[in-house]
Design a protein around this ligand. Structure first.
Ligand code: AMP
Ligand code: ZN
Length: 438
């Protein structure tokens, strides 16, 4: 078995990956805050950790990996947006979460094993871990204090605070420019629980009606679904501080272990046409807008063109290139696929998800005529030739066959599929590719 090497943000080194329990490899990735349609930057962690999920399943077994990606459905941005649109918070979060699910399914990503919503983990049954119990334990252990309807985490109570971000508490305090609320003991103390004003969502708690701070949900949900210490924790690089640093503080102080997860992985940021994406810059692109123009597989391959830890420049050119590349691969792939991906591709991915090398390996397979291996590899990566062919038939103007002919082939292929004559459906697909690429 190829040894999987992953770069660990905690140690700043590439390390051999050794799961705590190889029969149950556990990964948690911070998911979206559902107040607006997800943008293409949000798609990066989704697509990258989907690839890691696939690789882990391939390595340890399909049923041996548990992947949790949460949905943050309690947040001040959500409250503000619902008020702005004159709808309830529930309506907003339900609709946005449904849109996100559609987006990631159309991108061709597998569903995570669990997708917990923060609001389901604030207060649960007596024997179930929830956010309120985490806060109670932190207070009992001397790591948190209640003040003025709030509960704050006392960072001075934790000597290792700042280890992930590599910042010392002294430095952080010196640099803290924000006005420090009167109820805080130290400027870096962060909110575990806060009171809700009239009209804001609120839950009963020992500290009055209120709601959790943002960081708390990931500590409670990861422990409830994966255990107090698990294998891999991921997210975008912007989450290292304060979000992940604070998750570590909460979890280690609550459960009494020296760590929350063994490996911390962070994807670099995505820029659009060389600039930071921002509504004000007019270059804000949602996943849906990309999917209106391109099949999901093209977006996914474009995302793999840069190594995940590097920044990525999202451009029209890279999408066009990905589209051409995929067309060539699908054309060269046999309709019968090897059961496993090619070893060279697995090796590239096992080297800290080296996707540029993975792409080079797939090109090599193609040029060497490994048609079944190519098909097996594309299948492992979740690329869907049918979806791509349908899109191409409907969109690519340069195709060397007429519209009417495309229609005929699609109809014939659909009919064959309806009759469960998959051999004939594949034959028609192959014919289509041969002619379309003349
Ligand atoms: P948010 O909904 O803002 O909490 O973000 C959800 C996920 O997307 C987090 O893992 C972020 O780190 C990640 N993310 C947000 N913006 C970008 C970006 N421009 N490039 C890459 N990742 C991003
Ligand atoms: Zn988180």
């Amino acid at each position: 078995m190829t040894t999987l090497k992953l770069y660990n943000s905690l140690t700043r080194a590439k390390e051999d990956f050794a799961p705590i329990d190889p029969t149950d490899v556990r990964m948690y990735v911070c998911g979206p805050t559902v107040y607006d349609r997800a943008h293409i930057g949000n798609a990066r962690p989704v697509i990258i950790f989907d690839l890691l999920f696939r690789l882990l399943r391939q390595t340890y077994g399909e049923d041996a990996v548990t992947y949790v990606r949460n949905i943050t459905d309690v947040d001040d941005k959500i409250n503000a947006r619902a008020a702005e649109r004159g709808i309830t918070i529930r309506e907003l979060t339900e609709a946005t979460a449904a849109g996100f699910h559609q987006d990631v399914a159309d991108l061709g990503c597998l569903s995570p094993t669990h997708e917990p919503r923060a609001t389901d983990y604030i207060c649960r049954g007596a024997d179930e871990l929830d956010m309120i119990k985490v806060v109670e334990r932190l207070i009992a252990g001397g790591h948190a204090y209640a003040a003025d309807g709030h509960v704050l985490f006392d960072v001075a109570s934790m000597p290792a605070y700042g280890k992930l971000a590599r910042r010392s508490l002294d430095e952080m305090e010196a640099g803290a420019r924000v006005e420090v609320a009167s109820y805080k003991k130290g400027p870096m103390d962060f909110v575990l629980w806060k009171p809700s004003k009239e009209g804001e969502p609120a839950w009963e708690s020992p500290w009055g009606q209120g709601r959790p701070g943002w960081h708390l949900e990931c500590s409670a949900m990861s422990a409830a679904l994966l255990g107090e210490v698990f294998d891999i924790h991921g997210g975008g690089i912007d989450l290292i501080f304060p979000h992940h640093e604070n998750e570590i503080a909460q979890s280690t102080c609550c459960f009494g272990h020296d760590r929350m997860a063994n490996v911390w992985m962070h994807n670099g940021f995505l820029q659009v046409e060389g600039e930071k994406m921002a509504k004000s810059a007019g270059n804000f692109v949602t996943i849906r807008e990309i999917l209106n123009d391109w099949p999901g597989d093209v977006a996914r391959l474009a995302m793999y063109s840069a190594h995940y830890r590097q920044p990525i420049n999202w451009t029209l050119k890279s999408l066009q290139e990905a589209e051409r590349t995929l067309a060539g691969w699908f054309e060269a792939a046999a309709s019968e696929a090897d059961a496993r991906p090619a070893p060279g591709v697995v090796e590239a991915l096992a080297d800290d998800l080296n996707t540029p090398k993975m792409i080079a390996e797939i090109h090599r397979l193609k040029s060497e005529g490994g048609r079944k291996a190519l098909a097996g590899t594309l299948k492992f990566l979740g690329f869907r030739p049918e979806v791509f062919a349908d899109w191409r038939a409907a969109n690519a103007p340069e195709l060397a066959i007429s519209e009417a002919e495309i229609e005929r082939l699609i109809d014939a292929r659909l009919a064959a599929r309806r009759e469960k004559n998959f051999a004939e459906a594949d034959r028609i697909r192959d014919e289509f590719w041969r002619r379309a690429s003349c």
